[in-house]
Write a protein that binds this ligand. Structure first.
Ligand code: PLP
Length: 391
């Protein structure tokens, strides 16, 4: 049979109708502990000699169905789900590095990931190099004898910078370096980093995978060896596991991921073009615009350009006026839901960084981040235009 389209995959991902009495929707397993038939079975399951569940923190059938679904969507060997995107990110890194190791990371990425790497450096002596991730050569130039991980985030939060997955993974392979890509913004609908040679993908499932602004979760998907080591060791020691109820919500969200992403792509494309032509806007960052610095790489690497846009209205005052006057867009800090969410980055997501760090990451005083939802794009454009008239 021909390879299935993403829409079909997404609807059926994780499904196993031979289980759970043929229940079409995977049930939520609310158990935190599982009984054994006898001591030998208990020993076999504890020692992973027999498949089975024994303790909720270490897995349950609802979580397992989600992980199976994510393997199918990202084309990965193994997946592991978490209580948040940061739990997935910290577990991925902590399971691969120790004090004295070196990691190469983008100089502009999700601010809490930046703070996490800083903490690793300050508290645990992990060396961190910050590079221009839009140029694959900058990863090559940063390699040291102790480099263990290349971190990638593409499109990046909030500036939508694009990193060439194939080029960076090729550089990494030469030096046995593990590549990890945060695929939160693109989702596997738009990009599959593992197909381009990346070893591990992480997600904040809080965003597009869940898709309805009603849960917090994270995922990792990729090479079996890395994921299973994280499952059996790091997650066991540090916790951070997903709740079965949340795993179920993501499974439900994933069924419409294709439909939602198609609409996010179309709406953001229309809004970005309106903004690019608007006289009050100083800069628009959207990989679907021909003027975007990485448009050519984005075209090769992405099926659609995603639902996220950043743009600069020139000053903090103008930014605040804009976000205070929109009526359809919601002023809030997250992204990836069905509703359009707008935020002023300097005073919200990037407020924890120093001004110097923030500017170094390209987050200027007037930067606005827009997570374009699935409403009608004409309504969104009219709302933004009306609010822009007031600045
Ligand atoms: C790109 C990216 N990665 C990771 C995270 C962290 O996810 P969570 O808030 O679920 O911990 C976020 C959150 O905004 C994000 O935007």
């Amino acid at each position: 049979m021909a390879e299935k389209s993403f829409y079909t995959l997404a609807v059926h991902a994780g499904e196993d109708l031979s289980q759970n009495h043929g229940s079409v929707s995977v049930p939520i397993y609310n158990a935190s502990v599982y009984a054994f038939a006898d001591a030998d079975e208990g020993a076999a399951i504890h020692n992973h000699l027999k498949e089975g569940y024994f303790y909720g923190k270490l897995g349950n059938p609802t979580q397992n169905a989600l992980e199976k679904a994510m393997c199918e969507l990202e084309n990965g060997e193994s997946a592991l789900s978490f209580a948040s995107g940061m739990a997935a990110i910290s577990t991925a890194v902590l399971s691969l590095v120790k004090s004295g190791d070196h990691i190469v990371v983008p100089n502009s990425m999700y601010s809490t990931t930046t703070l996490f790497f800083e903490e690793l450096n300050e508290k645990f002596g992990v060396e961190i190099s910050y590079v221009d991730a839009t140029a694959a050569e900058s990863y090559a130039a940063a390699v040291r004898s102790n480099t263990k991980v290349f971190w990638l985030e593409s499109p990046s939060n909030p500036l939508l910078k694009i990193t060439d997955f194939s080029a960076v993974s090729e550089i990494a392979r030469k030096s046995n370096i593990v590549t990890i890509a945060d695929n939160t913004f693109a989702t596997p609908f738009n990009t599959r980093p593992l197909n381009a040679g990346i070893d591990l993908v992480v997600h904040s499932a809080t965003k597009y995978l869940g898709g309805h602004s009603d849960l917090t979760a994270g995922l990792m998907v990729g090479k079996k060896e890395i994921v299973e080591n994280a499952r059996l060791k790091t997650t066991k020691l540090y916790g951070g596991n997903i709740a079965p109820q949340v795993a179920w919500l993501i499974l439900r969200g994933i069924k419409t991921l294709g439909l939602r992403m198609e609409r996010h792509n179309q709406n953001a494309y229309a809004v970005a073009h309106m903004l690019a032509a608007h006289p009050k806007i100083e800069a628009v960052y959207y990989p679907g615009l021909e003027a975007h610095q990485n448009h050519e790489t984005a075209k090769l690497q992405m099926k659609g350009f995603g639902g996220m846009i950043a743009f600069d209205v020139g000053s903090a005052g103008a930014g605040k006026t804009l976000v205070n006057n929109v009526k359809v867009c919601t002023l809030a800090t997250s992204l990836g839901g069905v509703e359009t969410i707008i935020q002023h980055s300097a005073s919200m997501t990037h407020a924890a960084l120093s001004r110097e760090q923030r500017l170094q990451a390209g987050v200027t005083d007037g930067l606005i981040r827009l997570s374009v939802g699935v409403e009608d794009s004409d309504d969104l454009i009219a709302d933004l235009r009306d609010a822009l008239d007031l600045i």
